[in-house]
Design a protein around this ligand. Structure first.
Ligand SMILES: [Zn+2]
Length: 196
């Protein structure tokens, strides 16, 4: 998947977790969603042409030593990122923003990357260093990078990020929004958020 789909997946995953955990809206809520979206692009530091390799100085060098969709896309890397951010690092953040929340949002974003790459025709070496490549769809149904299918998925995720983000904020901030009382909204809520 390209960086746009990955960042939308990370942002959407974070939003769904905020909704599911009934997290209150804070000034830093958008920061968590953006941090998750940005972290979701990081595993592609193993590709010389990826957005992150192009935009972050010196990162392009890493791609010379790594095979694409291997170590950085593995469960081991997700655990390493979790251990680094949640267990080892700690920063005092301004405005009462909890480091834990920011650290977890970056872990969630990172983890969303190999998950969505499982839908590529090639899959990922999820259990690196074991030599097995995992994919979840048979080749005719898989989603190749930059294909029309990926564009459609990306668009759906983008719309979901906007709709869920805005409605979650409005509900939490106790705005009365007539559309939220409607039958259509009830159906969307049940499909998207599960129990309600
Ligand atoms: Zn990738």
């Amino acid at each position: 998947m390209n960086y746009r789909t990955h960042s939308m997946t990370g942002a959407l995953a974070m939003e769904l977790i905020l909704v599911e955990t009934h997290a209150p809206v804070h000034w830093w809520s958008p920061v968590l969603i953006i941090a998750s979206g940005l972290s979701a692009t990081v595993p592609d530091i193993d590709h010389p042409e990826s957005a992150v390799s192009h935009r972050v100085p010196l990162v392009g060098i890493i791609a010379r030593f790594l095979k694409h969709r291997t170590v950085t896309h593995s469960l081991l890397a997700v655990v390493a990122v979790w251990a680094l951010l949640v267990r080892f690092l700690y920063f005092d953040l301004p405005g009462g923003m909890p480091w834990d929340s920011l650290a977890w949002s970056m872990v969630i974003g990172y983890a969303s990357h190999p998950f969505i790459d499982l839908f590529n025709p090639e899959g990922v070496q999820l259990f690196w260093p074991l030599p097995y490549w995992v994919r979840v769809l048979p080749e005719p149904l898989a989603i190749p990078v930059n294909s029309l299918r990926e564009e459609i998925v990306c668009l759906i995720f983008k719309l979901a990020v906007v709709v869920i983000g805005i409605s979650w904020a409005l509900v939490n901030l106790r705005f009365h929004v007539p559309v939220l009382d409607s039958f259509a909204w009830h159906v969307i809520k049940t499909i998207t958020f599960g129990r309600y």
